[in-house]
Design a protein around this ligand. Structure first.
Ligand code: GUN
Length: 277
């Protein structure tokens, strides 16, 4: 079974558009981008486009790549104070000279639609999620839409990043899976992955997950965005070989990626509703 993130995301955006219209609210998202990384610029453009589609106002703060940590935080603080802004997203990665953690911590937890603030990550790990990071949140939505119940499954998450691996593990644990997190120092990684009923790969290496690492019938979720030898976009999973034995698998592109943006839109509407209270 092919897990079609593109169509699920389109459905979710249509539902959200209806809910926003019915709510009479006018949610607002602010993005902050520092520098001119083409990939980051593209992601931010896609986020603004999704806002237009669902009826979220969006404003973009664009800073030069020599902006200081203090300058970025000053902009974040102004957005924290701005009542017309419900959600704030600082596009990552930030240039190396900027203290990324300080910037993330400057975002008001009530406006942290990325779910990266330690207060929101702490809530997630306590089993009481507030804003869930968009990529793992989108993956949980996909599993739900395809009736894949994590309860009791051996789930193996590959990658321990703060934006994907760690929150993914917490969400699966909250959903009663038995969770293993693998990373670059894991011994016998292939053996760990072979025990999985559900694999989430967020390692960022083309063709990393081979058929030999996957138990037939496993569910395979590919978060990777890489280029293969021919410069073609691909995930972490050797799709052609693994799709022949997996029970369900996400493609790249068209799998997890579109769900990240749909979840960001849902988080922004949630922030707007919270701000009414
Ligand atoms: N860069 C890559 N993915 C993300 C994301 O989900 N949020 C932000 N803010 N930056 C990113």
């Amino acid at each position: 079974m092919l897990i079609d993130g593109k169509s699920v995301s389109q459905e979710r955006l249509e539902i959200l558009n209806r809910e926003i219209r019915e709510s009479g609210l006018s949610p607002g998202l602010a993005t902050v981008i520092v520098g001119e990384d083409p990939a980051s610029q593209m992601y931010v453009r896609m986020k603004h486009k999704a806002c237009d589609k669902v009826g979220i106002r969006s404003v973009g703060v664009v800073l030069k790549d020599d902006a200081t940590t203090e300058e970025v935080i000053a902009h974040v603080n102004a957005l924290n104070e701005d009542a017309s802004v419900d959600g704030i997203l600082v596009q990552l990665p930030l240039p190396g000279h900027i203290d990324t953690e300080a910037v993330i911590e400057a975002v008001s937890p009530e406006k942290d639609v990325d779910g990266f603030h330690p207060e929101n990550l702490g809530a997630l790990f306590s089993g009481r999620p507030t804003f869930v990071p968009c990529t793992p949140g989108g993956i949980m939505t996909l599993l739900e839409e395809y009736n894949i119940e994590p309860k009791g499954l051996n789930a193996v998450v590959i990658g321990r990043s703060v934006d994907v691996g760690r929150p993914m593990a917490a969400l699966l644990l909250n959903a009663d899976a038995t969770v293993t997190i693998c990373h670059s120092k894991t011994k016998n990684l292939a053996e760990e992955v072979r025990r999985a009923d559900l694999i989430v790969s967020a390692i960022g290496k083309a063709h990393f997950i081979t058929k030999e690492m996957v138990t037939p019938g496993a569910v395979v979720i590919d978060v990777g965005i890489n280029q293969d030898e021919d410069g073609k976009l691909c995930g972490d999973v050797d799709f052609d070989a693994v799709s022949a034995i997996a029970s369900a698998i996400t493609p790249v592109p068209g799998g997890v990626g579109p769900m990240t943006i749909a979840t960001l839109m849902e988080n922004t509407f949630k922030a707007a509703k919270n701000h009414l209270c």
